[in-house]
Write a protein that binds this ligand. Sequence first.
Ligand code: PMV
Length: 313
Amino acid sequence: MKSIASAPGKVILFGEHFVVYGVKAILCSINKRVTVTAEKTSERKISINSKIGKLEIEPDKPISEINSPLKPFYYLANKAVENKDTGIHIQIDSEIPLGAGLGSSSACCVAGAAAIFKLFGNISREEVLKLAIEAERTIFENTSGADCTVCTYGGIMEYDKNKGFKKIEYEPNFQLVIINSNIEHSTQSMVSKVKEFENKNTEEFSRLSDLESKLVEDVLKLVKENKIQEIGQKMNQNQKYLENIGISNKELTKMIRIGQESSFGAKITGSGGGGCIFALTNESNLQNILKKFKDNNYECFSTKIDFKGLNTF
Ligand code: PMV
């Protein structure tokens, strides 16, 4: 018997970095997915197959001994076969670019937890989320859990570091164009860079945090009113605050300029320094924006907000 589950990637629409200092952020899931297929095997082994590599190990090894980016899958499969006389084979197929801040690892953890545990009985979304966060912690110890939450439930949500998550019960029909700088970046080092900025410019950082907080509240209202143009302007404003705290660079600024000239608004998504930016649009000028970026040799794709979240088959 095979068990299949898929989960979406995500973008941070507003509030990255400031969220670390207690400002609310807005995230949404996107219609690019990871699909995980799990199957019981008679041989008591855990085998994992994906584009980024293969892993085949006996169960019951301490997680600290697993040195592979596929570690979260081993964690989940090992937990599932504990005290059972079965092995598991896992196949991973992904449409989400890796290491670009688009939630590919969270989507893997969510789809992985659902596919693997469904082999042994029904499992609720709440239980899947709990397992997915545990699995993600094997590679990102300090994850807030926001990414796994949006990948599980889908749609748009507010996220507050201290108060947690709140789904926005409205389904805007936005088109997002995501453009990958293909510049490698590390969330950890970008977060440290912002910390340094905050230490040296305490008052300025506090002023920017207040502005960001007000901007996010304004956007929450605009989303409900479906005011796409105004939301685009807020994105451009948010981009300025991100530039002020030093997470943009020449290449990202060049990409942002193309995006802002051709769409309602454009900004970095995630930690910056590399990774992706996104531009906000609707059907009317989608092809035009894609063409602009492609003509400038950028890797880009269009996506919509996903409202389904985790899907199991
Ligand atoms: O890992 P990314 O690129 O999706 O961005 C992380 C978002 C930050 O606000 C920079 C850090 C955090 O933990 O919220």
